[in-house]
Each structure stands twice: as structure tokens, then as C-alpha cells.
Design a protein around this ligand. Sequence first.
Ligand SMILES: Cc1cc2nc3c(=O)[nH]c(=O)nc-3n(C[C@H](O)[C@H](O)[C@H](O)COP(=O)(O)O)c2cc1C
Ligand code: SF4
Length: 379
Amino acid sequence: MTRLFEDTSIKGMKLRNRIVRSATWEGMCDSDGRPTQKLIRCYEDLARGGVGLIISGYTFVRPDGKGMPGKMGIHTDDFEKDFKQLTRGVHAAGGTIAIQLVHAGGQTVAQNAGRQPLAPSSIKVDQFPEVPAELSIDDIQDIVGAFGAGARRAKAWGFDAVQLHGAHGFLINQFLSPLTNRRVDDYGGGIENRSRFLLEVYRLVRETVGENYPVLIKLSAADNMDGGLEIADAIYAARELARAGIDAIEVSTGTPASGDKAPAREKINAPEKEAYNLGPALDIKEEVNCPVMVVGGFRSCEVIETTLKGNDISYISMSRPFIREPGLVNRWLQGDRKPARCISCNGCFKPGLEEGGIFCVVEKKEQEKAVKSSPFPGY
Ligand SMILES: Cc1cc2nc3c(=O)[nH]c(=O)nc-3n(C[C@H](O)[C@H](O)[C@H](O)COP(=O)(O)O)c2cc1C
Ligand code: SF4
């Protein structure tokens, strides 16, 4: 038995292996953020497929933090029944699930947020057409409260853990980054101030869920852009979180504006292109004593096993491979160790925006081709 398939636990949350489904927006919710039956089936498939820990798609804690259509929302008590069905379904299928909590900050548009987007400073970010309004102190405090309320609901509704989304240019990352945070009050300036919002969110979430419930974070180690967040500041934030009791840090890098260094890089077609955030993840691990997860381009068992050798990295996260193959972990466990079939083309975003939910467009094309070339098309 390799380290990959070991049983482990994080703060009492039992995990059947060291593979994490990194948070992945599915675009399958109603327009108000209510989970649909299609989304629930998608999580049950992941659970049946053997993933150790499923992290949900990013879930907004206040309606103006909604970043994309079809995104989940945990801003209201009205969705209790739906979320309980979701977590029960995952547990019945043998899975474990954390919810990723987010406010999109300036990385949204009024059509999704229901108002002019809000951000630490009134600075437009690349890839998003609208100039956001600067958050007032009252709004900052209200959003901190919304993270707390989201975590309270998540725990009560059966999620096994919460993960704060502190990566990819969303609100927590926007506070951390000197590119998007030009505030001159207590929330801007040096990293001690730029990390204040994150630490306030963490502390309230921790106070809300208690000491014995896992609180994780996905943290950008760098924006991969001139003038953006750099590793030294990310290490500061990671160290403060570890000191305050965070249970695991999942390391990523980049924002949608980082070009070929964005979070979901393309053309991962050779082992040396895999594990592209491993360097910064190890830098962070050197400074913290909590488990570190790393995401970004993992496709083959060999690279995963090598990354897990030694005890520095505790968990490997993947997103796109599970869109194409929800059963990937079981396939590997049963002895078929061929790499993930995902070719990292990012074609799956489009149906999320246009067809009511993400799916692997490459897989679909291949299936259609197979049917056409079959002597009995339709069978
Ligand atoms: C369709 C899609 C949706 C994503 N949604 C999220 C999300 O909701 N939250 C998040 O932290 N990252 C999100 N990501 C980024 C992934 O979690 C991951 O960090 C990135 O794709 C790199 O990992 P991979 O190479 O295994 O895909 C998304 C990626 C894709 C392709
Ligand atoms: S469309 Fe399919 S092959 Fe392309 S990135 Fe998405 S899951 Fe991978």
C-alpha cells in the first residue's frame, strides 16, 4: 500500500486516501444559488468514484459575492433541505465533503452580483469589465459576518469541513494583493494590514464552528503578476493562520489575469509539466506545522507518489481530471495506473456558462465519434 491510499484524518475528519477534489465551480445551481438535483448527482458520482475529500465548488456567502452563473450560495437558511440532501447523498456514497466559502470581490459583474461589484479598492481587474466600488468598513464587517453565517449553516447541514477561498483573485486574495488593495486604512498597506480581513474571517469562522471542526484554506502563494502577491507575503499569511489554528492549507497560485501562469494551466502533457505549484507549496510547508495540500496539473500516479514521498506534502488536489473521470481514484486503486485522461484544454468552462453545467467536451466528442463509427450507430 502506498502513501497515496493510506487512511488519514484532519481534526477527526476521516479520509480514505490522500486525493482531494479541488473546488470546482460546476455551474449547475438555480440562479439564486440553490443546489439542483443535477449538482447533487455530480457530488454523489465523485463520492462513488473514490475521492478522499471532495471540496465543493466555490459558494458565495453574500449575494453580491456571486462570481459566475450557476454558482452555489449559502447566504440563506432557505436552502437547508437541498444542502442536507447533498451532504447525505455524498455520505451515503462513502464520501467526505468540505464546502468552499467565497466572496468574489471585484472578480464578478453586476449581472451576477446584482449590484456594482465590491472590492478592497476601486480598481478594475483584467478579464472583468466593470470598475468595482471600494468596500466601506461596515461592508467589510458585514462580509466577515456572512462568512461566519455560511460556516454555521455548512456545519449544521452536514458538511465535514469548510474551506475558505483565499486564492485566484477573489476577495480574500484581493485584500492580500498589493495590486488590488490600495487602501490607506487598517486593511491596506503592509502585509500585517492586508491580511487583516483574512484573519478576521478565519477567527469568526473558527469561533462559529468551534475548535473540533476542520477549517481549511485554499491560499494563493503568488498572483504570478508584476506588483501582485508574492510568496513572502503569502508565507506571512500562512504562518499567522497556522498559529491561529487552521487545519490545512491547500496551495495554489495565479488569478484569471495571470496569462499562462493562471490557476488552471493548459497543455499539461508531460510529467515535467505536472505539479506546477509544488515549489511554493514546499516553501509554505517549511513555515507551518499544519498539513499542506497542493493543486495544479497533477495527472499521473508517478508524479503524485513522488510528491507524497517524505512527509512534506500531505494531500494532492486535482480539479479537471475529475470532470472527465469522476471515478479516477477507483480506477487507480483497482490497478489501472494510466494517467488521467484530461488533456488540460479548459474546454469544460464553456458548457458551464452556456449549457447548464460543466462537462468534458473532449470526452463528449470522442463518444460521439465512437457512436458514428459504430456499425450499429445508436447502440
Ligand atoms: C471548471 C473549473 C472550475 C473551477 N472552479 C474553482 C472553484 O470554484 N474554486 C477554486 O478554488 N478553484 C476552482 N478552479 C481551479 C481548480 O480548483 C484548480 O485549482 C485548477 O484547475 C488547477 O488544478 P487541475 O490542474 O487539477 O485542474 C476551477 C477550475 C476549473 C477548470
Ligand atoms: S474539457 Fe475535458 S479534457 Fe479539457 S480540461 Fe476539461 S475535463 Fe480536461
